[in-house]
Design a binder for this molecule. Sequence first.
Ligand code: G3H
Ligand code: ZN
Length: 286
Amino acid sequence: TLVHGTEIFAAARKGHYAVGAFNTNNLEWTRAILSAAQEKNVPVLIQTSMGAAKYMGGYELCQQLIAAEMKSMAITVPVIIHLDHGNYEAAKEAIAAGYNSVMFDGHDLPFAENLAKTKEIVELAHAKGISVEAEVGSIGGEEDGVVGEGELADVNEAKQLAATGIDFLAAGIGNIHGQYPANWKGLHFDRLQELADAISIPLVLHGGSGIPQDQVEKAISMGVAKLNINTECQLAFAKATREYILANKDQEGKGYDPRKLLAPGTQAIKDTVEEIIGWMGTRPIK
Ligand code: G3H
Ligand code: ZN
């Protein structure tokens, strides 16, 4: 069932658990994420970055593909189609295309502009019941061309963004997109606590791949209700695909058949998503 984000995340923050947001790139990724959520009987977000949406053929196509797959797979768990790290234009396009939720990422704009544009997107989105995520501070590293300095979220700015009526807030708390460097110092729990004390909407933890499980669990217990995972699924897909290709390089048994070629990677994404959903404690929503 396609749903909007608001209700699911409010329940999650209250219940001290998180809902997973997994990035998709194509039909196989979408299917893997959907079947993992269905098997675990929990709500899930399927998100597209701007780059993935472009790769897949645009926001309308993404929305329709995910909705059509849900139908053909008889998916009954709540699913949110979400735009990940969208700029102003992308957020508007995704809203028009029928996404259930959008992230407007204005971290690279002067704060006043981030605030003003977030307000605009909230008005547009909420008129259609669509939930909105904003970003304060920044996530370090790079994801699909979106680059961040890893600046810690300012509590006062977080409060101002929360006052625009956004449904959840992504905050820079030392988290990084992609793989974590060996000398990474860990999440800034002091800042997370200040943010959680200052605002009551659910917080979003980006850069979920590679954060030690105990740190993620602690963050969830403090108010994080959405956990974003991308790289971990990419690594799992690449590893399984590489192994399959190496094992079938003589092309016996039709190892070149695309449906066979993509199957182990797809299964690896599903396994990864199920494992993460399992330990992050997502609960079914009635
Ligand atoms: O927006 C998506 C995420 O923050 C994913 O980050 O690739 O480090 O898991 P990750
Ligand atoms: Zn992110």
